[in-house]
Write a protein that binds this ligand. Structure first.
Ligand SMILES: Cc1cc2nc3c(=O)[nH]c(=O)nc-3n(C[C@H](O)[C@H](O)[C@H](O)COP(=O)(O)OP(=O)(O)OC[C@H]3O[C@@H](n4cnc5c(N)ncnc54)[C@H](O)[C@@H]3O)c2cc1C
Length: 350
């Protein structure tokens, strides 16, 4: 049986491993021992027990794959090297699904499930005590987080600091306006066109003109690609943002060559689109098909990047659904978000 190595156990890696573990001798490497439904993590900030609903150990849903909890420190065209013991694992096929990092406590790496629960609980205790909360970044994550906090706590001062003149600047105008009005009603303060970098001490944020008191600061400032293991031998497959360059079949490719037996999927790729769980899963489906086609000498499927339906929650009972210029607001988007979480987790838990 040929050996398939999968690097990363997020939306793309977990889906591919579950689908292909019966076809290949699969080695699944993740630096966490569990899959986590990241979109659900914002609920967990105000309700840490929710974590149980959105996490599952990799060994629970993978029946045949060899699951290794380790960090990969280097890859070449033939093998991957693990950090801890320099162990080298050769492969016939490699799928890179190492995703992206986000500030703590939203997404963690190199952690086990038990420590993650403790960390979320600790963070929750700090949140309970904080009176002045500052969220730096008014993108989707910042907006959803502020909504969760304001829904649960009526007596906290919440400030969102946004670097431009609009919340969720990559979304359409109607979406941004709805969120703005929602926050106005809830008395969440938004400071536009500000970038705060300096802290006078750990409780005060300062800029040229403004000072803001904060008992708790959340950094919701975007993602960084997890591709350090490419730097030594495979850096010619990275773009200037450290994303892995792929062709339309999701094989890794640069100007000189295509590597037929190495694929990449999810946040780590250089595909120019919103980095979303649903895109990671769509790419995973293409790779699953292509891995089977390659073995049977059949033509490969292409990944078509296109606008997708986005659902942004504003707490449990309000939300925004956006598809191109169409926007639906209120209860239905909020329920839809909960439904997607439920549906995804059932897939892994059943
Ligand atoms: C707070 C938040 C809310 C979000 N909400 C939504 C939403 O509502 N809807 C939506 O569609 N998307 C949402 N996203 C985006 C979504 O989570 C990502 O697009 C998705 O997680 C990407 O999946 P992935 O499989 O590419 O990578 P990831 O989910 O990032 O998984 C990568 C895995 O690889 C592991 N890894 C990385 N490097 C190494 C290494 N060297 N060795 C071993 N393991 C490694 C990581 O620890 C991780 O387990 C949200 C993101 C955040 C941060």
């Amino acid at each position: 049986m040929k050996r398939l190595v999968i690097l990363g156990g997020g939306f793309a890696g977990a889906k591919i491993a579950k689908a292909l573990e019966n076809y290949y001798g699969t080695v699944f490497i993740d630096d966490k021992d569990y899959f986590e439904f990241t979109p659900g993590i914002l609920k967990t900030i105000v309700n840490p027990s929710h974590a149980k609903k959105i996490q599952i150990l990799h060994t629970s849903y993978l029946k045949k794959a060899k699951v290794i909890r380790a960090r990969v420190k280097e890859i070449t065209k033939k093998e991957v090297t693990l950090s801890e013991n320099n162990q080298k694992i050769k492969f016939d096929y490699l799928i890179i699904a190492s995703g992206s990092s986000y500030n703590s406590p939203f997404k963690e790496q190199n952690i086990i499930n038990v420590s993650r629960a403790l960390q979320l609980k600790k963070n929750y205790n700090k949140l309970c005590l904080a009176k002045n909360i500052v969220i730096i970044g008014g993108g989707i994550v910042g907006v959803e987080l502020a909504s969760e906090i304001v829904e649960k706590y009526k007596n906290k001062n919440i400030t969102i600091i946004q670097k431009s003149d609009k919340l969720m600047e990559r979304n359409n105008q109607k979406t941004a306006m709805y969120a703005k009005k929602f926050f106005e009603k809830k008395k969440v303060k938004i400071i536009y066109n500000e970038i705060f970098k300096k802290y006078i001490n750990k409780n005060v944020l300062t800029n040229k003109k403004t000072k803001i008191k904060a008992d708790l600061i959340f950094l919701c400032t975007g993602i960084t690609s997890n591709s350090s293991f490419m730097k030594k031998s495979m850096s010619n497959f990275l773009n200037e943002r450290n994303q892995i360059t792929v062709n339309k079949y999701l094989q890794i490719e640069n100007n000189q060559e295509t590597i037929n037996n190495i694929f990449a999927a999810g946040d780590i790729t250089d595909i120019n689109e919103e980095k979303l769980a649903q895109n990671a899963e769509k790419q995973a489906s293409v790779i699953i098909k292509n891995m089977i086609s390659l073995e049977n000498n059949k033509p490969l499927a292409k990944y078509n990047s296109k606008p997708r339906i986005m659902v942004i929650s504003l707490g449990r009972f309000n939300g925004i659904l956006q598809y191109k210029s169409f926007v639906l607001t209120g209860l239905i988007p909020a329920f839809l978000k909960t439904f997607v979480e439920f549906k995804t987790m059932v897939r892994y838990k059943s």
